[in-house]
Design a protein around this ligand. Sequence first.
Ligand code: SAM
Length: 211
Amino acid sequence: MATVLRDLSYRYQWLYDGVSRLATLAVGGEDRFRQLPMVGVSDAPGLRVLDLCCGSGQTTAYWVARGAAVTGLDASPRSLARAKVNVPGAEYVQGFAEEMPLFDNDFQVVHTSAALHEMTSDQLRQILQEALRVLEPGGVFTTVDFHRPDPSVMGRLMWPGLMTFMALFETETSWAFIDVDLVELCRSVGFKSSELRRYAGGSVQVVQAIA
Ligand SMILES: C[S@@+](CC[C@H](N)C(=O)[O-])C[C@H]1O[C@@H](n2cnc3c(N)ncnc32)[C@H](O)[C@@H]1O
């Protein structure tokens, strides 16, 4: 069921975008969700940003609007074809995040939104190692994704929506992912420092790590 609905949402962009709009209401809407991982990141014109698992360019557009020089990478040719139309101001590369066809030390920022929850634990580690490899020293890895809600009232209010979303659109990787300690994982692959911010009763996390 979940895989069927996920495939449908990847096939029909209106469905993906509608679900994204609904799912991001918890943090105040999609504009805010897309910009949460940018908080604290330089907005210098020409900043070299890799948007990993960029999909149809949902967050790529926001990086381009900030004046960054953006490369979007995704495994899906269909998503990349849409991204090229939706956000023509970026460059695009087809490839796997766990084996990026990109040079070492080439980016100042590696960003990924709403994608790591689709990865197995082995993939997660490989992707973080690859992010570190393509970042220049001092560069920033920044990601926004789900997290297990905290036990507060707000966190408990978030559970029904999150569970429904994950049951309908996600697989077992997302259930495992909400308990992963990404901060520790970043440190374990060699990032110098890593920190976590949580929103919406803890159900949304932003992790930023310095290469
Ligand atoms: C849920 S979408 C997220 C898209 C976009 N970043 C967003 O915020 O809406 C996940 C994306 O990751 C891509 N993806 C999944 N596994 C991948 C992998 N191993 N390497 C590269 N891209 C991958 C999918 O093709 C899809 O476009």
